[in-house]
Design a protein around this ligand. Structure first.
Ligand SMILES: [Zn+2]
Length: 541
């Protein structure tokens, strides 16, 4: 059987793995590439498989970088079932409809701009097609094994330093437009990759699975979804695969995004003990989160300082998972009298809807959250929260009486309403930007986190005068010790060659730096470790 690494290979987005056996073909995840334009253009390369010939798609969880290309693949001819937990299905519905809508909006905006600037539009189109060509070449190089390790990751190109904007006033800053408009957008072609209607169509194929119940999802492929502890409904997928009828069986484990032990609201990730092949995420390779007590202490101190200085706390946060957990933490802190009762503006319609879905699925909660709910507490709500519904309300926050807090999407400042707040707060010394999630390489969030003194926003160089604080202890991802502990579950005192001891561990879903740090430590556990290139295919014996 063959495994193709069609996404999340030496990068943290675009998760997609194609498994081809002698009797079936399935995809595990079908995610969108996000981040800068050079990542997003990868969504546009032609599919390297016939979607009509796919038996099923298995989905680990509802984040866009895991499910975002499903409507595209359905539109291209996939008619089979999409298997996911009930929680994932509800959240994916929210994510995909929003994505289809955003792409249509962006296409319209792009079209209007091109009509007004036909000359420049031509140059932009040429640039975008060149980027697409480069991505296609990169994929082909991955397929035939000629890609170099450095060539695989296409870095994004947001300038973090005080380089002057190229071009005079009024010049369209394509990249800033993309950032302001949303990470899900396509820079290369004018038509939306898919529409809201396509997203609605694709929802018909979703079929729920339960944690822990093995089901045959395609001929010779039995799948078990196990709680990954990452976001509501998230799963590790264990496959029992027979390449040919009557042939030997192999166990493949896809970690999906692995959560952090002790994370609020949801349960801890499931530990597994046997596999032939493991695909393990590696987002936080080489990094250790501060202990949760320390993370809470930094959060407490940050909120207190903001209150003291009558400032603003801006928390860029992914709508699903991170937002619910940060609200949970703030609710705990204010209930305990640890932080002053500042107003909290929840400026993400998607986060508000995701919170409703969380509330409806208490069966996924951990013991602590269930106990709070049973005692009449409302741990998913902060008592002084204001849910912001429309753009007018979002804009009006800037006039609110300080101090206050804002939680807004998206988490890496690559788009969404958070960018509007950033414009107001970037050079305000009384403002604090608090990062609580992973900042991908090349994103504006990463540049700020790395201490950039100036950034380009809307094509202008702006000084960074606000305070920047990062807490990784609230991450939705396991840190390096967490990843290694999860992988150690597969050893159990056994050695290479013993039954159940993985023949190979593939590191996926990580930027090259973290992967390079993690790989030798995974090898030290006794595993044969491999970091696949984008579009690399491996044969599994
Ligand atoms: Zn995720």
């Amino acid at each position: 059987m063959d495994l193709h690494f069609l996404g999340a290979a030496t990068t943290v987005t675009g998760s997609q793995f194609l498994l081809e056996t002698g009797q079936a073909r399935i995809l595990v995840d079908c995610g969108m590439f996000q981040g800068g334009p050079s990542e997003a253009v990868r969504n546009r390369i032609p599919l390297s498989f016939d979607p009509a010939a796919l038996d099923a798609i298995l989905l680990t969880h509802a984040h866009l970088d895991h499910c975002g290309l499903i409507p595209h693949v359905v539109r291209e001819g996939f008619h089979g079932p999409i298997r996911a937990t009930a929680g994932t299905i509800e959240l994916a519905r929210l994510v995909l409809l929003d994505s289809g809508r955003l792409q249509e909006e962006f296409a319209k905006r792009e079209d209007r701009w091109e009509r007004r600037h036909p000359d420049r539009a031509q140059a932009e189109d040429a640039k975008e097609y060149a980027a697409l060509e480069a991505a296609i070449e990169l994929a082909e190089a991955g397929e035939d094994g000629t890609a170099s390790a450095e060539g695989v990751h296409v870095p994004t190109s947001i300038e973090p330093v005080g380089r002057p904007a190229d071009g005079g006033p009024g010049r369209r800053d394509h990249e800033a437009d993309l950032r302001a408009a949303g990470a899900e957008l396509q820079p290369d072609l004018d038509a939306p990759l898919y529409t809201e209607r396509d997203a609605v169509e694709s929802l018909r194929g979703f079929r729920p699975v339960r944690y822990g119940q093995e089901e045959e999802v395609a001929p010779g492929i039995h799948a078990t979804f196990l709680d990954a502890g990452h976001i509501l409904g998230s799963a590790i997928i264990r496959l029992r695969v027979q390449d040919l009828p009557g042939g030997p069986e192999r166990i493949l484990v896809f970690s999906g995004d692995l959560g952090r032990t002790g994370t609020p609201i949801i349960a801890d990730p499931t530990t597994l003990s046997d596999a032939d092949y493991v695909l393990c995420e590696s987002t936080y390779g080489g990094r250790e989160h501060e202990p949760s007590g320390e993370a809470r202490r930094i959060l407490t101190e940050t909120v207190r300082l903001v209150a003291e200085h009558r400032g603003v706390l801006l928390v860029p946060s992914f709508a699903i998972g991170r937002t619910q957990e940060i609200v949970w933490e703030l609710d705990r802190l204010v209930s305990a009298g640890e932080i002053p009762a500042l107003p909290l503006y929840l400026d993400s319609p998607m986060a508000a809807k995701a919170s409703d879905i969380y509330r409806r699925h208490a069966e996924y909660f951990d013991v602590e959250t269930r106990a709070l709910l049973e005692s009449g507490d409302t741990p998913l709500d902060y008592p002084y929260q204001v849910v912001v519904n429309d753009m007018a309300q979002s804009t009006a926050i800037a006039k609110a009486r300080r101090p206050y807090m804002i939680v807004a999407s998206n988490g890496m400042l690559t788009g969404g309403r958070v960018v509007g707040h950033l414009r107001n707060l970037i050079d305000d010394p009384a403002a604090t930007i608090l990062f609580v999630g992973y900042q991908g390489e090349g994103t504006l969030g990463r540049h700020l986190q790395d201490g950039a003194k100036t950034v380009r926003l809307d094509g202008q160089v702006r000084d960074v005068r606000c305070r920047i604080v990062s807490i990784s202890g609230f991450s939705a991802h396991a840190d390096e010790p967490g990843l290694l502990a999860w992988l150690a579950g597969f050893t159990r005192g056994r050695h290479a060659g013993d039954p159940g001891f993985p023949r190979r561990v593939f590191l996926v879903h990580g930027d090259p730096g973290p992967q390079a740090e993690l790989a030798p430590k995974v090898a030290a556990l006794g595993f044969d470790v491999h970091v696949p290139r984008w579009h690399e295919a491996v044969t599994l014996d």
